[in-house]
Design a protein around this ligand. Structure first.
Ligand code: SAM
Length: 278
């Protein structure tokens, strides 16, 4: 094993998702730097790994870094793990990777589970382009501001969310992106109560509000990007738009539908104009 820092992904719920290489690296390393040593013990015991462990997180003091650097300077290898999934993805490690690189040591990834990618792969939402947002700000005002910035994104958006905030988060998503926008709730991935549910943001908000079990466990929320201009109007949306345009000025009807669907106001307005000219 080459001397260096190995960034090792661990399972996000199902121990069977541990790669053989991850086990070998953890077994052969001289030291494991773990976000929480007690948490990682279960996995290490499961695979009969008895490599010495130390705690490492982004607020660890200089002594932790000194211990890791010493091990690397002596030609040893250190494996970095977080509680679950890929380290550095909404988890500690960024500071360590930078510092180890700056000291001139090798940094190698040992890829594996990541909740964002697992959720995306089974979501049924477009996967060609996506934006990983991680956790939204906890404060309502900052969260609303960030969502307003994201409302125009045309790529699939991926959020991590704590169970006690999922209801509120879905309500905020409805407000920011409109209830019609397609989204996915991916909960407890790879675990007993795994739930992958696709629907409109409004449907998901109602589904979660009506069932307290859906407000438990670990959750990824994915939201389809805003429809690009020129995208087809669904028949239901076209009917709604026409109906609104019977009651309201075309501009207002287009603005209302745009607000609730993520479709472009100009596209909707042009659609109504084209209808008038027929
Ligand atoms: N590093 C991890 C990764 O690679 O996905 C993420 C760590 S972050 C601190 C924890 C968040 O990831 C959870 O709050 C949840 O949003 C998401 N998560 C982790 N495991 C999950 C699972 N089994 N099902 C759904 N979401 C999960």
């Amino acid at each position: 094993m080459d001397s260096g820092l190995y960034v090792v992904a661990t399972p996000i719920g199902n121990f069977g998702d541990m790669s053989q290489r991850a086990v070998e690296v953890l077994r052969s390393a001289d030291l494991i730097a773990a976000e929480d040593t007690r948490h990682s013990q279960r996995l290490l015991q499961h695979y009969s790994i008895d490599t010495p462990c130390m705690a490492y997180h982004d607020h660890s003091d200089e002594r932790a870094l000194a211990r890791i650097s010493r091990c690397l300077a002596d030609g040893g290898s250190v494996a970095l793990v977080s509680d679950a999934g890929t380290p550095l993805i909404s988890d500690p490690g960024y500071r360590l990777v930078r510092q180890v690189q700056e000291l001139g040591h090798l940094v190698r990834p040992v890829p594996g589970a990541c909740a964002a990618v697992a959720a995306l792969s089974a979501s049924g939402l477009p996967t060609d382009r996506f934006l990983f947002e991680g956790f939204l700000p906890a404060r309502a005002g900052s969260r609303a501001n960030r969502l307003a910035e994201l409302a125009g994104e045309t790529v699939t958006l991926i959020f991590y969310e704590a169970p006690h905030r999922v209801r509120e988060c879905l309500e905020d998503l409805v407000t920011a992106f409109g209830g019609e926008r397609e989204a996915v709730l991916a909960r407890e991935i790879t675990k007993t109560f795994e739930t992958i549910r696709r629907g409109s943001l409004l449907e998901l908000a109602q589904f979660v509000a009506a069932d307290s079990n859906q407000q438990k466990g670990e959750i990824v929320l994915l939201v389809a990007g805003r429809a690009k201009s020129g995208q087809q109007l669904s028949p239901a949306m076209a009917t709604l738009l026409q109906r609104l345009a019977e009651e309201l000025p075309a501009k207002r009807a287009a603005a209302l539908v745009a607000e609730h669907t993520g479709l472009r106001k100009k596209q909707l307005y042009d659609y109504l104009l084209a209808l008038k000219q027929q």
